[in-house]
Every structure is written in C-alpha cells, then in structure tokens.
Design a binder for this molecule. Structure first.
Ligand code: SF4
Ligand code: SF4
Length: 370
C-alpha cells in the first residue's frame, strides 16, 4: 500500500515497514540464536520472545505461480510475512514450536510432479548453503556462461549437503557469469566465474553509429582500446582498435559499445576459485584463488563443472578438521597438498599478475613450491 507522504511507489520502502511484529518489537534486542536442526533456527530476545525460522532453498528466477505458493504458505503460518535472503533462500518466521513443526513438515511435503522438493528445508550451519549467483544468459549482456543453468546442476549434485550439516564448516558456493563478478565469487569457499578467453570482435560497420567511441576507450581498464580510422566498404570510417596483448577479456568495452561483442562459444567457459570467506571467525577474511583455469560450457547439465565441484567438496569434507573453512584447511595443509589431494592440475594459467599484496597470489608466495 502507498506510504503516507510519498507521491509514488518508486524505490524501496523503509526496511522496517515489513518487519513481522515480533521482529519490530525486539529489534536490536536479541540475546542469542541456535540451529535446532538443518534449516531451522531459534532466536531468543531479551524480552523472552522466541522466533523460529524455517529456511528453504529458492531460486533467483522464480515463476509467478511459485511466488504465489510461497505467499500462500506465509499467509497460512506466518501472518503473511516472509523474507528472501541474499543467497536466494526464503525464510518463514513463526513464534511457537508447534507451528514451526507443522510449517516445516508442510514445506517438506510439497513436491513437483517428478517428485523433487519444491521448498527444501536446509542450508544452515555446516552445510552447503544455497548458491548466490548473477544473471547469466537470461538477462545480462557480458556473461561468459549461464548462471541459473550451472547453479541448478551444481546444487542438484550437492543437494544432500544442503539438507544436512555434516560438513566441517559452512560451505558457501557462488557463481558470477563474468569477471565483473556482480556475485560473491571473490570471497566464497567455492566460486565459479564465467571467463571469456578472446578479445571482443570489432564490427567496423556499426562502431561509429552505435557507440560513443570515447566512452568505449574510457571503459577499458587496461587501456587496450583506442580510436582509429579503418577502410570499410571503400570508405574511411571512424572505428576502434584493440591491442590484444593488453586485453583481459573483461567485456567492459562491450558494456559501452554494442559493436564490440565478446561472447564466443569456443572461448567462453568457467574458472573455479576456492578458499575465500567473509567471516572473521578463526582467521581473517580471505580472497578466493583460482584452482581450475577453464572448464567449457556444457549446457544443459554442465557435467565437467558439476563433477569437479562435487569432488572438491568431497575431498575437503574428508580431510578438513571441524570448524575449518575450505581456505583455512588448504592453508594449514599447504596449497601444494590441496592440489595433490584433489588431483587438480597446477598450471601456469593459475598464476596471475596482480601486484597488490592484499591479494596474496600464488606468484607472491615464496612458500608455494610448484
Ligand atoms: Fe552481468 Fe557479469 Fe554480473 Fe554476469 S557477473 S550478471 S555478466 S555483470
Ligand atoms: Fe579492454 Fe576489457 Fe574490452 Fe579487453 S574486453 S578491450 S580489457 S575493456
């Protein structure tokens, strides 16, 4: 409903307009929380109020009928309130245990025709949480891979670990479909990144007509783009030249100039990074490191990607100590041992050129012996 004093409904409402009453009442006054079982949290407030949260895995792109069903469930159990998390989970909050159990059982009983869970409960604690991801072929213009497709396949392969909490520590998996990374790949336990491997193709016919050439020049982070004049259909036309050995295939210039398409079925694919985290627990936050330089796009089920990610998770689960995140485990045993245990090949493609000590890359580590 329109808010008082607003002349339109454009833009987000104030964040607490949609708080459930118990959340509003106890805002900033929560004493502690615990995880009662996979997918079920209990928060206790100073006032003694309790909130049971049931978390279900969702998708970033949802049909209207799916969203309507979620809203019907929220109407039935939660006074019409529900929330989406940043990792595409949906959380239902209730105030008593009996309602929580009825809600949980109801969610677990709802299946698609093929028998798969519509609203799987899980994703808490030492589990593989739902994947945060970007837009992929559905929507964005610079992707080197799809997002929803590989995410669906990887989560299908890891689904048992979403439903249980038997990992050494939380495992956060993320996917960004280009290196501009509007996902959380740089600091995830496992990050999947779409990569282009060829420079943009220059369409001289349209460059001057579709683009502000100075914008394309300014968009390039490595100064690989420059204006030029070329012979096209017997005429001299304003266009663009790209110094290919400076290009890092980021696609930024295509963002500015539609005459510089970069998507390529042979060049595009996915790199795997591991070992990042945001949490301060036990050790400092870390950036992820590239451990697989390239996996081809294999729609519709991305078998090589799925197999590799599952394998990394299994080796981590079998070898890490309790509470150790993937990056902490790899650092404790040494990254050489990480490559030996996982069987992943260390190649020169994994060595990067960052000079910033904040990144702690392979090249800068005198301890790394490969
Ligand atoms: Fe677009 Fe890149 Fe974000 Fe994917 S990661 S949605 S291609 S900006
Ligand atoms: Fe520059 Fe990126 Fe375009 Fe390459 S893809 S020319 S690095 S903006």
């Amino acid at each position: 409903k329109p808010m008082e004093g607003r002349i339109s409904d454009i833009g987000p409402h104030k964040y607490d307009d949609y708080f459930p009453p118990v959340i509003k009442k106890n805002f900033g006054k929560w004493l502690y929380h615990e995880i009662l079982e996979p997918g079920v949290l209990l928060h206790v407030a100073e006032s003694g109020d309790k909130v049971y949260t049931v978390r279900v895995g969702g998708t970033r792109t949802m049909s209207i009928t799916h969203i309507r069903e979620l809203c019907d469930i929220a109407d039935k159990y939660c006074g019409g309130y529900l929330r989406w998390t940043t990792r595409n989970n949906i959380e239902f909050m209730v105030e008593d245990e009996a309602t929580m159990k009825a809600l949980r059982d109801d969610l677990n009983s709802r299946k698609f025709d093929g028998g798969s869970f519509k609203f799987p409960v899980g994703g808490t604690g030492a589990s593989v949480s739902n994947m945060i991801h970007t837009q992929g072929w559905v929507h964005c213009h610079t992707p080197a891979t799809d997002a929803s497709g590989p995410v669906k396949c990887v989560m299908d392969a890891l689904f048992d670990e979403f439903k249980h909490m038997r990992m050494p520590a939380p495992v956060r998996v993320a996917l960004a479909c280009c290196i501009n990374m509007c996902g959380a790949v740089h600091c995830s336990d496992i990050g999947l990144v779409g990569i282009h491997r060829k420079p943009p193709m220059i369409d001289h016919e349209w460059a001057d007509q579709l683009c502000e050439i100075p914008l394309a020049v300014a968009a390039c982070p490595t100064a690989a783009v420059r204006p030029t004049k070329v012979e096209h259909n017997g005429e001299k036309v304003n266009s663009i030249a790209i110094k290919e050995d400076r290009c890092m295939y980021c696609g930024n210039c295509y963002t500015m100039c539609p005459a510089l398409p970069i998507a390529d079925s042979e060049g595009d694919g996915i790199a795997i990074m591991v070992g990042g985290k945001v949490s301060n627990r036990i050790s400092m936050p870390k950036f992820s490191k590239v451990v697989v330089g390239y996996i081809p796009n294999e729609p519709p089920r991305w078998p090589s990607l799925t197999k590799t990610v599952k394998h990394i998770v299994e080796v981590y689960a079998a070898n890490a100590e309790k509470y150790e995140r993937l990056g902490e485990w790899a650092e404790r045993i040494g990254w050489e041992s990480f490559f030996k245990l996982t069987g992943l090949e260390f190649t020169h493609h994994l060595i990067d050129d960052f000079r910033d000590s904040a990144y702690y890359t392979w090249r800068q580590s005198t301890q790394f012996k490969f």
